[in-house]
Design a binder for this molecule. Structure first.
Ligand code: MGD
Ligand code: MGD
Ligand code: SF4
Ligand code: MO
Length: 822
């Protein structure tokens, strides 16, 4: 039995290079529950890793989870969120009936007919106005199931015909998709988790994997502690566990100032070129753009990079050397790049490094442009975000015709006169008043969007009809005109796809509470009530079950990079998840893409004609065709430009934001798990030792952090980050959890996004949560150490007097280590 709050990654199962990852089955059951009645197959939805698990059911309730040993993703392991956070919320304060506003403006319970009646009446009223479908906006999630996104995508694109549909994936993995489109022609993860077993060096760019994909990090740790371990390189301003591993393995921890990634990456590309670490044959055969890229990076000498990023020039050289001289390299990229300045440009430089050395499509040589949310991949591939289903190109008439044929609608119904509207623009249209109907599903923007005072203003706007579909009465739901109670994970059936394209089936384990309904049922009910028709006058959607939607989706992917035609619910049941592409002739799926060096860049195939990485200017079809990419990848560059907001005299610190291992986002699930809530009970502000000293701040003192937009008050953790940078976790909103303090807008809050700015990347349109400038002042002495966990990046610089984060008796997990081949 292991306390997996205190020991986040659990027992090691070390092994050597090219040996399979051993099995370790993690089980956690509610201590009082006894033997479960049955186990139901699923996979965890508390991050993009998608660990396969079985849900324990007793007396019609979820009482625990167990990792699935057969699965390629986790080989039986689960992390703290999966163990303690995935199921406990089901017994608590759920929404059980729809809510609508009564005459006095209060949200009151009602029945489904009344609630849906209001939604449909408002929808039809607005469709009858001159602006028609352009009045409608949909802001969805990276946390629903594939079937729900596909249904929503068809409703929006073929039913209503609105281009205004996007997910919170815009805040999350829009840059992953954008970087893959720019470099390789289409979304689609090149690498595989199995690259960890085979690699010689792992680069983690702005990715705190130890806390945010804990099971993937276990996989890395098992290599690090085995024979012939890989070298780790970490690029992160904080001293994360990843950064510690970089130092311990003889790699390097580069801690750039937030917002300077592109300068650093240009420096690394330049070193690889100058030192002759290029696979010239591969570059000549499989890429385009070398000369321009070489010109672009030339000014970025290690000394110049050192000056811009505030890192030693020798460390830049050392990192480049590890990349240039290791036989096999695996790279992972996440929010420290995607949510920072020049996100797409910097993420593309990672692709460039791999292309230059020909390190793609072979064991141990992958790029993982990571996802964050469990089902973000499906939002993207199903077209519930600013993409079209099946990675089709909005600017390609043939692709639109394919969809029109599939749905039996006129191609003109499908919005494709301009790119689909991105989330930040959808919110802008709501602010300006052109969108008057906003349907929010499975996301909590009143805590997770930047500049919360503005978000609250928009949600309260007269003339904006807001529908919120969630399992809880969140901060956002409180602003809604209609609240629809949703069934959550374990209470409904569906499939989803993780970072390395692995598709899992999640079966229904228990009944949803009260009258809550699955998101799929809600969307289909809307479609029925609206009476959407195809071009022959037949109902547009006739599906009644998730499996029927999955069958329809398979057809939509036929011949596309994300081919699902070899998959079915039956094939996904019983064994491991399966990575797409899995065409009918290869139903076992595909571990790794681009083994043949042929990329989906042909003009008739590609998902996008691409952009200028500095300005975001779109490349037109003719220009694209003239490049004759013909299956070659693009080496694209951009100069470094400083972030839109940098420290100044009035706001002298750089602010960055992010996560702790114990909470998921706005905590609607993890905040209702007693083990996780105890481990990370409240907000904190992380300061470096030097900055704390200069400010006269000691561990636990309450500080006020203020940006030009808002402020936060929280106890200080005197931590181990670099000078000049403050870190605030973004998990802590207001209102949502019983017993939490609340300050919705008045006075300083504790939500990091009170301070962040409304700015986004020119290519991916992903907002810049990782950059901004703040002032910091000491407000009053503390009452003890700050609540920041001690087990991870937020560990104190001086441990004395700070209680260690532990779980206790109810956090015990059974770890069944199977030696041998599992
Ligand atoms: N425990 C936990 N796990 C999660 C989630 C969660 O909420 N909690 N959420 C899931 C989701 S949706 C996502 S998107 C992922 C996110 O996973 P990560 O991207 O790993 O998490 P973050 O903490 O947002 O950011 C990672 C790191 O970026 C660093 N950083 C900040 N600014 C910069 C910069 O300018 N340059 C560089 N190089 N680094 C910078 C921060 O110091 C931080 O350590 O996690 C997933 N997993
Ligand atoms: N400052 C700062 N802000 C950030 C980030 C950051 O690093 N820093 N990260 C950004 C990123 S990467 C992300 S992904 C976002 C996350 O931001 P959000 O998506 O707003 O965060 P969650 O708390 O996951 O909200 C999901 C909501 O969906 C509900 N839900 C869960 N499952 C279902 C379901 O099946 N159906 C329905 N209808 N509802 C469901 C949950 O109860 C919850 O209220 O935050 C972003 N905001
Ligand atoms: S690593 Fe992610 S998917 Fe796996 S158990 Fe943890 S939260 Fe769930
Ligand atoms: Mo995310």
């Amino acid at each position: 039995m292991t306390d997996r709050i205190a020991d986040v990654w659990g027992t090691r199962t070390p092994h050597g290079r090219d040996e399979p990852w051993p099995v370790r089955i993690d089980t956690h059951l509610d201590p009082g529950s006894g033997e479960p009645d049955r186990w139901v197959q699923s996979a965890c939805v508390l991050c993009s890793n998608g660990c396969a698990c079985d849900i324990a059911v007793k007396d019609g309730r979820m009482v625990g989870v167990r990792g699935r040993a057969v699965d390629v993703v986790n080989r039986g392991r689960l992390g703290p969120k999966g163990l303690y956070g995935s199921w406990q919320w089901d017994r608590s304060d759920r929404l059980t009936r729809p809510l609508v506003r009564d005459g006095s403006g209060e949200l009151v319970e009602t029945d489904w007919d009344t609630a849906m009646g209001r939604v449909v009446a408002e929808s039809q009223r607005l469709l009858a106005t001159e602006a028609g479908a352009l009045t409608h906006g949909f802001y969805t999630s990276g946390q629903l199931f594939l079937e729900e996104y596909y249904a929503l995508g068809v409703i929006g694109k073929a039913g209503l015909g609105t281009p205004h549909m996007d997910g919170n994936t815009r805040l999350c993995t829009a840059t992953a998709a954008a970087a893959m489109k720019e470099s390789f022609g289409s979304d689609g993860q090149p690498g595989s988790y199995t690259d960890i077993e085979a690699t010689d060096a792992i680069f983690l760019y702005g990715h705190n994997m130890a806390e945010t994909q804990t099971v993937l990090w276990m996989r890395v740790l098992d290599r690090i502690e085995g024979v012939d371990p890989p070298v780790v390189v970490a690029v992160d301003p904080r001293t994360t566990k990843v950064a510690e591993a970089a130092v311990a393995t003889g790699g390097v921890h580069l801690a750039p100032l937030p917002g300077t990634n592109q300068a650093l990456m240009n420096g690394l590309v330049r070193e690889v070129l100058h030192r002759g670490w290029v696979d010239e044959e591969y570059v000549a055969a499989h890429t385009l753009g070398l000369d321009e890229l070489a010109r672009e990076v030339e000014p970025y000498t290690p000394e110049h990079v050192a000056e811009v990023c505030g890192v030693p020039a020798a460390d830049v050289r050392r990192a480049a050397e590890v990349f240039g001289t290791s036989g096999r390299v695996l790279s992972t990229v996440l929010q420290g790049f995607y949510q920072s300045n020049q996100a797409t440009a910097a993420a593309c430089q990672v692709n460039n490094l791999h292309l230059l050395r020909g390190l793609l499509g072979r064991p141990g040589c992958g790029v993982l442009q990571m996802n964050g949310q469990p089902t973000a991949q499906n939002t993207r591939e199903c077209g519930a975000d600013g993409d079209l289903p099946g990675f089709r190109n909005w600017d390609n008439a043939e692709h639109i015709q394919e969809l029109a044929d599939l749905w039996n609608v006129d191609p003109l119904v499908i919005p494709h006169w301009s790119p689909p509207t991105h989330a930040m623009q959808i919110w802008r249209y709501c602010e300006q008043g052109s969108i008057r109907f906003l349907w929010i599903s499975a996301t909590n923007p009143a805590v997770s969007l930047p500049e919360l005072a503005r978000v609250r203003r928009i949600l309260q706007r007269e003339g904006l009809f807001v529908v919120v579909q969630d399992g809880f009465l969140t901060e956002t739901a409180r602003f809604a005109d209609v609240v629809l109670p949703a069934a959550l994970w374990g209470e409904k059936q569906g499939t989803f796809t993780n970072v390395n394209r692995t598709v899992h089936l999640s079966d229904k384990a228990v009944e949803p509470p009260g009258e809550a309904r699955s998101d799929l049922d809600i969307f289909l009910d809307y479609a029925r009530r609206m009476g959407f028709r195809d071009k022959d006058g037949a109902p547009l959607v006739t599906w009644t079950s998730p499996e029927e939607v999955f069958e329809a989706w398979r057809e939509c992917t036929r011949g596309r990079p994300c081919d699902y035609t070899g998959l079915s619910y039956d094939r996904l049941r019983g064994g491991s998840g399966i990575p797409w592409p899995a065409p009918a002739e290869r139903p076992e799926g595909t571990d790794r893409l681009y083994a043949d060096g042929v990329f989906p860049t042909a003009p008739d195939v590609c998902e996008s004609y691409g952009h200028d990485l500095l300005t975001g200017g779109a490349i037109g079809e003719q220009t694209y065709r003239a490049k004759r990419p013909d299956g070659r990848a693009f080496l694209k560059g951009a100069p470094y430009v400083p972030p839109p907001e940098s420290p100044s005299e009035e706001f002298p610190f750089a602010l960055t934001t992010g996560r702790t291992v114990y909470h998921f986002h706005t905590r609607t699930k993890t905040g209702r798990s007693r083990q996780l809530r105890r481990a990370a009970p409240g907000a904190w502000v992380e300061l470096s030792v030097g900055d704390a000293q200069r400010l006269g701040v000691e561990e636990g003192d309450v500080v006020r952090v203020a940006s030009p937009r808002g402020s936060v008050e929280a106890p200080a953790r005197v931590g181990r980050g670099r000078d000049g940078v403050a870190f605030v976790p973004f998990h802590f909103g207001y209102w949502d959890l019983p017993g939490d303090g609340s300050s919705p807008g008045g006075g300083p809050g504790r939500a990091a996004n009170e301070m962040t700015l409304t700015e986004w990347d020119p290519v991916s349109k992903q907002p810049l949560f990782k950059v901004g400038a703040v002032s910091i002042t000491r407000v009053r002495p503390g009452t003890g150490a700050s609540p920041a966990p001690t087990t991870t990046a937020s560990a104190p610089a001086r441990p004395d007097g700070v209680p260690r984060t532990v779980g206790g008796p109810d956090a015990r997990v059974d770890e069944d280590v199977r030696t041998g081949r599992g």
